[in-house]
Design a protein around this ligand. Structure first.
Ligand SMILES: Cc1cc2nc3c(=O)[nH]c(=O)nc-3n(C[C@H](O)[C@H](O)[C@H](O)COP(=O)(O)OP(=O)(O)OC[C@H]3O[C@@H](n4cnc5c(N)ncnc54)[C@H](O)[C@@H]3O)c2cc1C
Length: 384
């Protein structure tokens, strides 16, 4: 991996920054206040080629590398972390389907997903199974020609708009983690979509419960019988992109705050004259640079080796936590203005907290790293 971006990679990042500034930034406060997913804007973003980036060109995608996709999300997140999360979540599901299933009943749907006409949601979490999704109890019972699904999933992002659900469910009476992965049509009889949750942030994204009551899914919609592993693989790659989104959010927060501090005067001089304030921004700048390279390294490893569980966990942990810290202090640097709702920093601070939870909380990332340390050192001889 090169230790600087190529001209082409820089172009990918710049294009995404420019696209977000033009299409998301002017609208993001309104979308958030309305608490409604901007479907038309999303479809336009898909039409402009930002959905399904990783999917191979022969299946209708752009064939981007992971690094290029991460740069795209970093760039878009400068304008809206929530909208970028919608794009990356939807795209990750599409990419997963393209990798996991060649069945015509699934593969044939990819173009409609990539062009944004069919939105996807992902259903793994349950009320009783969050950090430990292997304990989920929603069950797929084999019946003639398919499966009957019973149970309740929670926290399905874009669940109100989705045309399809990628569902991970326990197979019959099987043991923990013995799960299958199915593609469920949201129009299926026996499926009810719950009320959109009110959340602390990212209210432009719908988040809902999905209730399955003897919902039939035909055999041809079986994505993979190895559902738990497939789900964890999908979450593994999503973590890298959450890191990229956190970096874009930090960059936006620092940029907005530096401009404000340069402009606002107290004691007859710009606030940016105060060393205490600008040193903090300088420290954040250095840490964002470090986080950025954790993300790029994890994405590059995905490109090279097809997996990066440890590096992805480090990138997600470091960048999501950093985003919470940066947006909190930057909000404070706005003084009372930062305490008002509907201001850019206030919105960013609320979104940052979400990044620390989705696709495995910060503690779960520490667990991934801790297990690696355990595996390496538990039985190693100690040399002084
Ligand atoms: C905005 C948003 C969108 C989401 N979208 C989706 C989606 O589309 N599809 C989907 O399936 N899920 C989705 N989720 C769910 C998300 O993946 C879970 O919320 C997350 O995995 C945490 O689970 P939990 O909320 O049940 O927390 P819990 O597992 O109950 O954890 C509570 C607290 O305990 C800590 N904790 C748990 N276990 C340990 C441990 N072993 N060691 C130390 N600390 C621990 C956690 O870090 C956390 O701080 C979404 C969540 C959010 C906030």
């Amino acid at each position: 991996m090169a230790i600087e971006l190529s001209t082409e990679e820089t172009r990918v990042l710049d294009k995404a920054i420019e696209y977000g500034m033009k299409n998301f930034a002017p609208n993001v406060q309104r979308w958030e206040t309305e608490g409604r997913f901007p479907l038309e804007a999303f479809r336009q973003t898909a039409a402009d080629g930002f959905v399904g980036l990783l999917v191979a060109p022969e299946s209708g995608g752009k064939g981007y590398r992971f690094l290029e996709a991460a740069l795209t999300y970093q760039g878009l997140a400068r304008s809206s972390a929530a909208m970028t999360l919608a794009i990356s979540t939807d795209s990750n599901i599409i990419y997963g389907l393209s990798q996991l299933s060649k069945a015509p009943g699934i593969h044939g749907l990819l173009p409609s997903m990539i062009n944004g006409s069919a939105i996807l949601t992902y259903a793994f979490t349950e009320d009783g199974a969050g950090s430990d999704p292997g304990s989920a109890v929603t069950v797929a019972t084999p019946v003639a020609g398919g499966f009957r699904i019973n149970g309740r999933k929670s926290w399905a992002t874009l669940g109100s708009e989705a045309r399809y659900i990628q569902l991970t469910a326990k197979l019959g009476d099987s043991s923990r983690r013995d799960m299958i992965n199915l593609l469920v049509d949201t129009g299926s009889p026996g499926l009810a979509i719950g009320e959109n949750y009110n959340k602390t942030g990212a209210n432009l994204l719908s988040t809902v419960d999905l209730v399955f009551d003897d919902c039939f899914v035909p055999d041809e919609r079986l994505v993979t019988p190895d559902g738990y592993r497939a789900a964890m693989w999908g979450i593994g790659l999503a973590r890298i992109f959450v890191g990229a989104i956190a970096i874009g959010l930090c960059e936006a927060a620092i940029d907005t705050t530096a401009r404000f501090l340069a402009d606002r005067k107290q004691f007859n001089r710009p606030l940016l004259d105060n060393q205490g304030l600008r040193w903090k921004l300088a420290e954040f700048m250095a840490r964002v640079e470090a986080g950025k390279w954790l993300v790029y390294r994890a994405a590059s490893l995905m490109d090279k080796e097809g997996k990066a569980p440890l590096e992805g966990a480090m990138a997600k942990y470091y960048c999501a936590n950093l985003a919470v810290e940066v947006t909190d202090l930057c909000t404070h640097f706005f003084g009372a203005r930062g305490f008002r709702t509907g201001t850019p920093l206030e919105l960013m601070a609320r979104e940052a907290r979400m990044l620390r939870i989705i696709d495995g909380t910060s503690e779960i990332q520490l667990e991934v790293m801790g297990k690696w340390i355990d595996g390496k050192y538990r039985n190693a001889s100690v040399s002084a």
